[in-house]
Design a protein around this ligand. Structure first.
Ligand code: ADP
Ligand code: MG
Length: 585
């Protein structure tokens, strides 16, 4: 099938050809002819990345009467991101169709600018529900002339609590309009909207209901909560070319993971609700431009992220809402590409694996967190490939070649290879030299692994008094504290404690540790927890570490302080994996 055969006009085909659309995607093939012809309601179910925007956008643009200067179509979508994306897509589709004007209305941006644009004349409004209602209330938007309403990502809009808003907006549209609903999943609430507001809709389902893309590899591994960060790092190191999104269940977790990754030299950043709109835009732009390798996001903040070429989606534990799994994993394998979805599941959430499998109609493959050896192997393959592919600048090295040959004359070819590889590779070997096994045996997923117990005490188990009084605070150099005295002053000020009751202070980029006298930790915690610094919540808690020198140490068992320090030594100075992926352009 070609776009022409689906019934689209020359002008529209010209613009989408420029966008690189060659053949229609399955949902487009099934929907476009119906939406062009039939004057009826419609429900389209397909996972993300299947081209739903063009499926409704192309027939919508073709149906606009450009002589009639009034709002003829309304598209409602859950987020500002998506709103802008749809607007951009529709604007490019209509590049060669004169007189089509699309305006985006969404919160967090100047309403007067949006009002001005609407007043200039518009035929298609793309809006988030909140702002749309606001403009209706102000009598700027009036949908009496609307003949087509699209509910895009209807499931997400309901998830985000827009049900009442959607009802109210639909009440303000004419009864004879057509309603087109798109969704990746079909929960009961969406069915209800469909039955309340639609008459005998034409249904198109691509893939199975609530399914996820065929080309996603769904995998999971079982790890303890406290090892999830280290497991994630290993997966990142294991896949040198990855470009991925890490989903966390809470803002706090997203922030923590992002902070730790950044401290450890990864090219990562966080996207969550505590950020201002401008900050979120900045992070998204970096990610979109590939200036960020890893985006750590909460489910809500990541809604509507449509970035192509994402190779990996990680789940820091299974989501609370099983349907979120589909949305998360749908961020990879877009537009026909393939991708991996890897869930790092703690024992307490293990039962959700089955629920997710039921939801997506596929099995998740149980895999292991890569071992140190496997990561080294992977990195080595990459190194060798680079050596193989590198272009040699013969002229540039010519002046040195004689000397090089002379110096290496005593070695055989085999020895030279070994040595060159070692120069690059020893740091990986060293970094993962003591790396333990982070996997939990599924059969005993409620118990902890063997060596775990002697290397780290459980929370609340007997631990050395010397270390019982160490507190963690999520404030550090990045908050403007240049030395230990400054942060001590801040803490004394905020909590009213005496500076003499604080011992050793370790100040890091995004957090600090303080040794405190008996009873002082509790006081700091009660006074400072929940206070704000630069609109961020301060968090103070007792450090969960074991006394120094207590037992063997292996990766993934320590407080961030020691991990951080160790990593800096092993990775950053060496130009190891961290430095390569580090990217602060
Ligand atoms: P969905 O709304 O289903 O999540 P989108 O409409 O955002 O998916 O499309 C995903 C990506 O695929 C976009 O970058 C879009 O430009 C591209 N795309 C859509 N249709 C086609 C097509 N027929 N050929 C090539 N690329 C397409
Ligand atoms: Mg879409």
């Amino acid at each position: 099938m070609t776009f022409k055969e689906l019934g689209l006009d020359k002008n529209i085909i010209k613009s989408i050809t420029e966008l690189g659309f060659e053949t229609p995607s399955p949902i487009q093939e099934k929907s476009i002819p119906v939406l062009l012809e039939a004057d009826r309601d419609y429900v389209g179910l397909a996972q993300t990345g299947t081209g739903k925007t063009a499926a409704f956008g192309l027939p919508m643009i073709q149906g606009i009467d450009t002589d009639y200067r009034a709002i003829q179509a309304l598209i409602l979508c859950p987020t500002r991101e998506l709103c802008l994306q749809i607007t951009n897509e529709l604007t490019s589709y209509s590049k060669y169709v004169e007189g089509v004007k699309v305006v985006a209305v969404y919160g967090g941006a100047s309403i007067t600018d949006q009002i001005r644009q609407i007043k200039k004349g518009v035929n298609i409004i793309v809006g988030t529900p909140g702002r749309t209602i606001d403009l209706m209330d102000r009598k700027v938007l009036n949908f009496d002339t609307v003949s087509t309403v699209v509910l895009d990502e209807a499931d997400e809009m309901l998830n985000m609590g827009f049900k009442e808003d959607i009802n109210q907006i639909l009440e303000g549209t004419p009864p004879f309009k057509r309603t087109w609903l798109f969704s990746a999943t079909m929960p009961k609430e969406v069915e209800r909207i469909a039955s309340n507001y639609m008459e005998d809709p034409f249904k198109v389902v691509v893939g199975t209901k609530n399914s996820s893309a065929a080309n996603i590899d769904h995998k999971y591994c079982l790890v303890n909560g406290r090892d999830q960060y280290y497991a994630l790092r290993r997966f990142i190191d294991y896949s040198p070319g990855m470009f991925g999104i890490v989903f966390c269940r809470t803002r706090r977790e997203a922030k923590e993971f992002a902070d730790k990754l950044m401290t450890d030299g990864y090219n990562a950043d966080a996207l969550h609700g505590d950020l201002s709109q401008a900050q979120r835009d900045a992070v998204m732009n970096k990610f979109r431009n590939r200036a960020l390798q890893v985006l750590i996001a909460t489910d809500v903040a990541a809604r509507g992220i449509d970035v192509d070429d994402v190779t990996h989606v990680f789940h820091i534990d299974m989501p609370d809402e099983i349907e979120s799994y589909t949305h998360r994993s749908g961020r990879t394998a877009r537009a026909g590409k393939s991708g991996e979805s890897i869930a790092l599941v703690s024992p307490s959430k293990a039962s959700r694996v089955r629920l997710v499998e039921k939801q997506i109609g596929k099995q998740l493959e149980l895999i292991k967190v890569p071992s140190g050896n496997e990561i080294c192997g992977q990195q080595l393959i990459r190194l060798i490939q680079n050596v193989h592919d590198i272009e040699v600048n013969e002229k540039g090295i010519a002046p040195y070649v004689a000397h090089i040959h002379e110096s290496l004359a005593e070695f055989s070819k085999e020895e030279v290879i070994e040595r060159f590889v070692s120069v690059e590779f020893n740091r990986f070997l060293k970094a993962y030299e003591k790396a333990g096994d982070l996997n939990i045996d599924p059969k005993k997923s409620r118990t902890r692994g063997g060596d775990r117990e002697d290397s780290r005490g459980e929370r609340g188990s007997s631990r050395g008094v010397a270390n019982g009084n160490r507190i963690f605070i999520n404030v550090g150099k990045m908050d403007g504290f240049e030395n230990k005295g400054q942060i001590l002053g801040f803490i004394c000020n905020q909590s009213g404690i005496d500076g003499n009751s604080v011992g050793k202070i370790d100040l890091f980029d995004s957090f600090s540790f303080l040794g405190v006298e008996d009873g002082i930790g509790e006081k700091i915690i009660s006074k400072m927890n929940g206070k704000n610094i630069e609109s961020r919540d301060i968090r103070v808690e007792f450090s969960k570490d074991k006394p120094k020198g207590g037992g063997r140490r292996s990766e993934g068992r320590g407080e961030p302080r020691r991990e951080g320090r160790r990593d800096r030594k092993e990775f950053s100075n060496s130009g190891g994996p961290r430095n390569r992926s580090r990217n602060r352009r």
